[in-house]
Design a protein around this ligand. Sequence first.
Ligand code: ZN
Length: 475
Amino acid sequence: MVNLHHSRKITADHALLEDGWHDRVSVMIDVHGDIVEVSSGPAACMSGADWHCRYLLPAMCNVHSHAFQRALAGRTETPRPSGDDNFWGWREHMYQLANTLQPEDIESISRLAFMEMLEAGFCAVGEFHYLHHQPNGHSYQHPAELAERVMAAAADSGIGLCMLPVLYAQADADGSAPLAQQQRFSNSLDRYLTLWQQAEQCLRKQLPGDSSIGIAPHSLRAVSKSQLLALLQHIGPRNMPIHMHVAEQTAELASVRQHLGLAPVQWLLEHAEVDQRWCMIHATHAESAELQALASAACSVGLCPQTEANLGDGLFAVQDWLQLAGHTAIGSDSNINISIAEELRLLEYTQRLLAQRRQVLLPLASAATTTDPPRSQGEQLYRMAVAGGARALQRRSGVIASGYHADLLHLDSRHDALDNLDQNTLLDGWIFASGRAMPRDVWSAGRHCVVNGQHVQRQQIQAQYRNTMNAIARR
Ligand code: ZN
């Protein structure tokens, strides 16, 4: 376990607070990594800081990740001989990898993915974890072995973890048994609950206090209606994140319609008491009446623009959703390219291509986040996703204020893309004009994980990952 430095006082020339930019800002942090005091202007005491920043922002929560899929990045872009170059064909690549990995591989790959998330500016991650068993479906001696490997990787990297153990139980909405390649993911509800409890115990014992756990019924394709309803009844009113893939693929929609009689979102709305705990992942093909009901239910939508584009999923009706003031969060999902800027840029650019105009999401995103007059597309998108991410993971994050975790990001003011930009255009420089080398320092609940542009353990984590990938290639 890495001993990460905990900052106790951070100062900034300029910081993005809840009501906008402030100058001369001092942030005091307690031993648990919570902000206890923020002062700005002439009253702020700037001496005695652990770290001084030029531009300080709240860091962002990444609401949807399958960390092990980082090992697939760049490896699935050659045409498949079978011709099924779509989500379902990609899934065969994923199964092939998933069934090769040993527990130590999963830990090593997850550690690299979490390190890259921190370097990208994410302070926390919702890990949608579905690899549970040995490839033949038998439990490990310790049933939560693989969840614990992911948790160990999170602890080593310093990222704030919201663990989302996945219930996966069938091959399709018709109730067919899991395929041979899905044995590793599959659980009965009882087996899942045992695993979940062990994972929770481990999390409480071994991870920092800002870690949390929720539930993740995989999708209406992979969980039966009776299992889903029994799981929801089991957790009752406990306030924990409930994340689920919904309406990502048209084939999934057709199957759910055929076997459950309704489209996935509509079915959930009618049967599952959707509320603010829920985060619908993708919701790509949700229709406008469904979006309206989701917004009324105060749930979140977790969009993963790069993965959705890479897999050819389709386009979520983000303009309609923002018009409804829907809560919007961002996830890196398959981790093909872990970058806040790329996710937000793609979200806006796809809408520009559709609408044949510019600044499409600016007024909509600003309405969802602030009463300020909209100033900059980059800033409004960023603020929207920071607020939405914190909400979807139920993390005290997204605001630089007393009572929140010190989830902070220092933007690299020496980067060429920020030359001659001021506070009003700074985030446009990052989101629209730079790659991912922009976050200079990143703190997760006070843990100073990224220092001067690099994770504090980058060399070791990268070397371990290379060894892992070489070992996998030799198998
Ligand atoms: Zn996913």
